[in-house]
Design a protein around this ligand. Structure first.
Ligand code: AMP
Ligand code: GLY
Length: 421
């Protein structure tokens, strides 16, 4: 069985390592992969957004199955294209990926089907948006409609900041067309929980919960990043919250997408906030989170390929998805200066015994050496009986990984630990 994986970050490395646990898997092709993924898959320099290139590759190499992991190719219809040439795929088609591709779509979906989320208004005209802001509650949250590399959300603490955010999106086109329409919504408070779920449109199976750490600095300070670390399970996600989410959010979202003629098959990511009034949706993503995948997949006790194929074939109900006991912690090592500017090209040294726990995000291979090439360089995940042990073990491993300008947050998991005690 040969598998094509589209993408080239830490999340894709985690997916590939998990797929490798299935003895029936022969070749794994990664497009484009990266220098670290090259240890576990054959990498080809075709960008994840080069849909024509991916299609041509698939026609030539004829993989038996494909996994499309990042948001852009999903929104661009990569799964539609691969399915059309007869390659079964894991991931939503473009019509369903719009749940992440357009915040206006997802907010309107939630409103129409009564799925709890922040109150909001949408605008496609700057003067209306600015007029609304004159009397809106503050703080408020401004979101660009389309994909914006995770940077299209501004929490405005003052009216001036809110106006500046609207101007940068709608007037200066900071996010290009993604900011032609915007959502302005109610500011919510409470612990955040990420829940990824397998769904084939008939059944929805939530995975173990997790917690991301999006800000660059300790104590949740500094700029937003792609994610500096994760823990799973998330102790704020109580059994009661889980039951409410299943009933009020997960199942209704699956049914809503069916009712819209946009059946979602793949991994649906629920970014949730557990507010005083119950769980609410902050955002949907049409894919595995990064670095959520790096803690959730190591805890998965059922064969990943078996689950993925069941999703594709719409028989997820037949699979018993099991989880390991214990907790996982993933700490991201970045290049100092991320997410603004940083140097790259430094050699990475990873001890042999640490390697199985490492998910490489931004590195290239040159003459047998692994060199830094990105902001987020790698993540290291430990699975241990308790959260405290997982945190300690992942930092111990991270200490033994060496590269120049290594930067990481020192407090991954600390907030979760408070909820455990
Ligand atoms: P996103 O890029 O959609 O993941 O949003 C980035 C972050 O902004 C989220 O993880 C939340 O921490 C925060 N956020 C988004 N929407 C809201 C909201 N309505 N209220 C409070 N915080 C929010
Ligand atoms: N870690 C957040 C995301 O993948 O969007």
């Amino acid at each position: 069985m040969d598998i094509l994986v589209v993408g080239g970050g830490g999340r894709e490395h985690a997916i590939i390592k998990k797929l490798r646990e299935n003895a029936g898997v022969d070749r794994i092709y990664a497009l484009p992969g990266n220098g670290g993924i090259a240890m576990d898959a054959e990498c080809f320099p075709i960008k994840a957004t080069d849909i024509e290139g991916i299609k041509a590759f698939a026609k030539e190499y004829r993989p038996d199955y494909a996994v499309v992991a990042p948001d852009d190719p999903l929104v661009m219809g990569c799964v539609d294209e691969l399915t059309n040439i007869g390659i079964p795929c894991f991931g939503p088609k473009a019509a369903a990926a719009v749940i992440e591709g357009s915040k206006v779509f997802s907010k309107n979906l939630m409103k129409k089907y009564g799925i709890p989320t922040a109150r909001y208004h949408t605008f496609d005209n700057i003067s209306d948006a600015l007029y609304y802001l004159e009397s809106s509650p503050i703080p408020t949250v401004i979101k660009a409609d389309g994909l914006a590399l995770g940077k299209g959300v501004v929490i405005a603490e003052t009216r001036e900041d809110a106006v500046a955010a609207v101007r940068s999106m709608m007037e200066d086109h900071k996010f290009g067309e993604s900011g032609d329409r915007i959502v302005i919504e109610e500011f919510l408070e409470g612990p955040e929980v990420s829940v990824l779920a397998f769904t084939d449109g008939k059944t929805i199976v939530p995975m173990i919960s997790s917690m991301d750490h999006k800000r660059a600095g300790d104590g949740d300070t500094g700029l937003n990043t792609g994610g500096m670390g994760t823990v799973a399970p998330n102790p704020y996600y109580t059994d009661e919250a889980a039951a409410r989410c299943m009933e009020e959010i997960f199942v209704p979202t699956m049914r809503a997408m069916n009712a819209e003629g946009r059946t979602f098959k793949g991994c649906l990511y629920f970014g949730l906030m557990i507010t005083e009034k119950g769980p609410k949706v902050i955002e949907y993503n049409c894919r595995f989170g990064d670095p959520e995948a790096q803690v959730v997949l190591p805890l998965l006790d059922t064969d990943l390929l078996t689950i993925m194929q069941a999703v594709t074939e719409e028989r997820l109900a037949e699979v018993d998805v099991k989880w390991k006991d214990g907790s996982a912690c993933c700490v991201i090592a970045a290049s100092d200066g991320y997410p603004v500017s940083y140097e790259k090209g430094y050699e990475i040294d990873i001890p042999e015994d640490v390697l199985p726990h490492v998910y490489v995000a931004g590195a290239v291979e040159e003459e047998g050496r692994l060199l830094t090439s990105g902001g987020r360089v790698l993540g290291v995940t430990a699975v241990e009986p308790t959260l405290a042990e997982a945190i300690e073990a992942s930092y111990d491993m991270l200490d033994r990984i060496d590269f120049a300008n290594k930067y990481y947050r020192a407090d991954i998991g600390q907030r979760a630990l408070k909820a455990v005690r």
